[in-house]
Design a protein around this ligand. Structure first.
Ligand SMILES: NC(=O)c1ccc[n+]([C@@H]2O[C@H](COP(=O)([O-])OP(=O)(O)OC[C@H]3O[C@@H](n4cnc5c(N)ncnc54)[C@H](O)[C@@H]3O)[C@@H](O)[C@H]2O)c1
Length: 391
């Protein structure tokens, strides 16, 4: 049985808004590496944006980045994000922070304290303490902070939330989420993802944050209470891991300082159990689809081969019709616009309209609390309570 798609229900993300380009927002880039490329392509499409500055810790990298991306007149002669943010002549409205994980909190706090709106790449931070500090800086500043979870913009992701909120599933009591890649440690373009001093967390933060967001956002981000977590790095630390050998970089095994697999059993407020597993590398195709089990129906969301937080195919609703077990397929909704562009556009609209951040830190704080809890529980070798300080 197939459900008809109701594309009108997703007008909010499918419709192209008319943008008032009379007032331009002045944007700066912090970090000009790989993902900044996706950001600049999306910012360049916006008629109400002027990219005025950019910085990178590596001398010359910012200037080369803007030249390569065909953006002229951008000030880049800054040795650090602080120098750029201190330059009041820039009159920045917002910055996009595209630095590696360990450099998320510092630049975000500094920018917010300067009264500048922030789009911050995921994962939010490395530790819960850092996330709390960023949230406090946001609160004090009254400025907007949005976390870069572009899968949120996907109509299919919105469909999951819509199904949950409709009550179709009844009371939700158990959720399994996660995903993984068979040989997908992200190293070929450098080692900032795999070294502890730059990344701080591995698969757990990099792609685990998406899996958590997929389900937590759907169920309204209940508070996490306890966690029993595990993490390992058998593949990342192995010089004979085939992609290292193929790339002639067996020494990356020595540099590998984060996790390549994590799993956890989490209790959420409201009596919901969350069973989670995530892998950058494993001898398996997938550690399982995402499932949301309810008293009236359950939803299966297929995983993807290269886990990146997206819906891997048509979802299936398992419910009863006239008492008979029935399966209903929910087709994939095609997106008209790419998710990065929607992530940037919704951030700019929220600044201009004074509305809530598209991906608010108050929600992602709970996501980060789980990631932090998994790391702490894994280190302690037992279940721990998750304590989230007041902001
Ligand atoms: N949303 C997504 O789909 C997505 C995809 C990939 C990466 N990311 C995230 O983006 C972030 C960056 O990833 P990447 O692949 O671009 O890494 P990268 O190493 O290619 O780029 C990061 C850049 O930031 C610079 N940098 C670090 N600290 C800085 C500071 N304080 N001031 C100025 N520059 C600084 C580095 O020198 C480097 O050039 C990571 O946190 C990652 O999780 C998100």
């Amino acid at each position: 049985m197939a459900l008809d798609k109701d594309l009108d229900a997703f007008k909010d993300v499918q419709e192209t808004k008319t943008v008032d380009a009379t007032k331009k927002l002045r944007i700066g880039f912090i970090g000009c590496g790989w993902i900044a490329g996706s950001h600049i392509r999306s910012f360049k499409k916006q008629p109400d944006v002027e990219i005025v500055a950019g910085c990178d810790l590596i001398p010359g990298k910012a200037a080369a980045f803007f030249e390569k991306n065909g953006v002229e007149g951008v000030k880049t002669d800054y040795a650090s994000h602080k120098e750029m943010l201190d330059d009041e002549s820039l009159q920045l409205d917002a910055v996009t922070i595209c630095t590696y994980n360990r450099q998320h909190a510092g630049p975000a706090i500094y920018a917010l304290k300067k009264g500048i709106n922030v789009l911050l790449e995921k994962p939010f931070t490395v530790t819960l303490d850092e996330a709390v500090e960023v949230c406090r800086a946001e609160k004090e500043s009254g400025k907007l902070l949005s976390i870069g979870f572009q899968p949120r913009m996907d109509a299919n992701m919105k469909m999951i939330k819509k199904i949950v909120e409709s009550g179709e599933l009844g009371r939700i009591y158990y959720i399994q989420t996660g995903g993984g890649r068979r040989q997908g440690i992200p190293f070929p373009f450098g080692t900032t993802f795999i070294e502890d001093e730059t990344a701080g967390i591995g698969a757990l933060g990099d792609i685990g944050c998406y899996s958590l967001d997929m389900v937590l956002n759907a169920i309204g981000y209940p508070k996490p209470l306890t966690v029993s977590g595990y993490k390992s790095a058998f593949f990342g630390k192995d010089p004979s891991y085939p992609p290292y050998v193929k790339a002639k970089h067996p020494e990356y095994a020595e540099k590998f300082g984060v996790d390549d697999f994590a799993a956890a059993f989490i209790r959420l407020e409201g009596g919901i159990i969350l069973d989670f597993r995530i892998a950058w590398a494993m001898n398996l195709d997938t550690p399982g689809d995402t499932i949301i089990m309810g008293t009236k129906a359950s939803l299966r969301i297929p995983s993807t081969e290269c886990w990146n937080g997206s819906v891997g195919g048509p979802m299936t609703l398992y419910h009863n019709v006239c008492g008979e077990p029935t399966k209903t397929e929910i087709p994939i909704i095609p997106m008209k616009e790419d998710l990065f562009t929607l992530k940037v556009r919704t951030f700019l609209d929220a600044i201009k309209e004074g509305t809530e951040a598209p991906v608010p830190s108050s929600q992602i704080l709970y996501n980060q609390a789980i990631i932090d809890g998994i790391a702490k529980s894994a280190a302690a070798g037992r279940e721990i309570e998750i304590e989230i300080p007041e902001i």
